[in-house]
Design a protein around this ligand. Structure first.
Ligand code: PSU
Ligand code: MN
Length: 302
C-alpha cells in the first residue's frame, strides 16, 4: 500500500526550503472563516507582504481540489478568501478533503502538519485553538494535540477569551509544549494584550526565541507557542470585550451553535457588537505575527 502524501509546493517556496532559506507558513482558516470579506483577503495579502519585506518567503497553506497546497498564488488566495462555504479542515478533516478532492481551509493543527511535511518550521497565525469554556467541556481543539507532536513553532497573539485559557495552558503543559511570551510574562488573550495568566518563559528578541526553539528541538520536543501581545493602540479594553463575548455566547447557546462552527460564529457576533474594533485588532495582530515569525525564521536559518 502506498501511503505517500502528495503535496503541491509553490516553486518559490520549494526552492527556499531546499536552500535552507527562511520560510513562514500561514494558515487559511482565519482567511476563510475568521474574518469577513474583503478584510480577509487584505489581511492574508498583508501578512504575506510582511513576511516578504522582512526577508522570508511566505507559504499560505490550504487544500485545493484534494491537493494539500503549500504556498497559494494570489488567485488561489482570493478564491479561498471568497468561498465562505469552503470546508474548515483540522487534522481529522484532511483525509476527507484529500480523498474526496475538496477545497479546504486549514486550521492551525492542519497547517502545522502540512508545513512540517513540506519542511517548514515557522508558522504565523492570529490565535491558537484550545479548550472551550464550561458550556462545551469536551470541545478541545486539535491545535493542542498537534502542538504536542509536530515540531513547528507557532507565532500567535495567544488565544481568545472565547476559550478557557487557564485550562488550555494546563493541557499544553501536560503535553510538554513551551508557551513563550514575546516581551511579556503573561499569556496574551488575542484582542486583549493579557489574559492575566502568568507564563514561565519570556523572550525579548527574535534571536532569543530562535535559540529557545532550537533547544526544544534538540530535546526532541515538538510544537512551540510564541505568544506576542496585540499592539496597544488597536487592543480592546478587557471589560468591553468580555461584555461582547458574553452576549455572543448567549446568542450561540440560543441558536445551538457548537463544534467547529462555534469559533467563527462568536468572532462574527463579537465583530458586530464591537462595531468592527475586533476586526481592526485582528488584522494588525496577524500582520505583526507574520513579521515576527519571519524574523525568527531568519535567526533559525542563520
Ligand atoms: N482563532 C481566531 N481565529 C481563527 C481561529 C482561531 O482568532 O480563525 C481558527 C484557527 O484556524 C484555529 C481554529 O486553528 O480556529 C481552531 O478551531 P477549532 O477550535 O475548531 O479546532
Ligand atoms: Mn473545537
Amino acid at each position: 500500500m502506498d501511503t505517500t502524501l502528495s503535496l503541491r509546493i509553490r516553486p518559490e517556496v520549494a526552492e527556499a526550503i531546499q536552500q535552507h532559506r527562511p520560510v513562514v507558513a500561514l494558515e487559511s482558516t482565519l482567511v476563510a472563516h475568521g474574518l469577513p470579506w474583503p478584510l480577509n483577503l487584505e489581511t492574508a495579502r498583508a501578512a504575506e507582504a510582511a513576511v516578504r519585506h522582512t526577508g522570508a518567503v511566505p507559504a499560505t497553506i490550504a487544500v485545493l481540489e484534494g491537493t494539500p497546497t503549500i504556498g497559494l498564488d494570489d488567485g488561489q488566495l482570493e478564491r479561498v478568501a471568497h468561498n465562505r462555504a469552503i470546508l474548515k479542515a483540522s487534522r481529522r478533516d484532511l483525509a476527507y478533503a484529500i480523498s474526496r478532492k475538496l477545497n479546504a481551509a486549514t486550521t492551525v493543527a492542519a497547517t502545522m502538519l502540512l508545513a512540517h511535511r513540506a519542511g517548514i518550521r515557522l508558522f504565523a497565525t492570529g490565535g491558537i485553538g484550545g479548550a472551550h469554556r464550561d458550556n462545551n467541556p469536551w470541545d478541545i481543539s486539535a491545535d493542542v494535540t498537534e502542538l504536542a507532536k509536530t515540531p513547528v513553532a507557532v507565532v500567535c497573539a495567544g488565544a481568545k477569551s472565547v476559550l478557557d485559557i487557564p485550562r488550555t495552558l494546563e493541557i499544553l503543559e501536560t503535553h510538554g509544549v513551551p508557551v513563550v511570551g514575546f516581551g511579556t510574562e503573561e499569556f496574551p488573550a488575542f484582542f486583549v494584550p493579557s489574559s492575566g495568566e502568568r507564563i514561565t518563559a519570556r523572550v525579548d528578541t527574535p534571536r532569543q526565541a530562535a535559540d529557545l526553539i532550537r533547544a526544544h528541538w534538540a530535546l526532541d520536543g515538538a510544537g512551540v507557542v510564541i505568544a506576542q501581545p496585540v499592539e496597544k493602540h488597536v487592543a480592546l479594553d478587557p471589560g468591553s470585550f468580555m461584555n461582547a463575548l458574553s452576549a455572543a455566547e448567549q446568542q450561540a447557546m440560543g441558536v445551538g451553535v457548537r463544534g467547529k462552527e462555534l469559533t467563527p460564529f462568536l468572532l462574527g457576533r463579537i465583530a458586530e457588537i464591537t462595531e468592527g474594533q475586533t476586526l481592526k485588532a485582528n488584522h494588525a495582530l496577524v500582520v505583526a505575527n507574520a513579521r515576527l515569525a519571519a524574523q525568527i525564521a531568519i535567526c533559525l536559518e542563520g
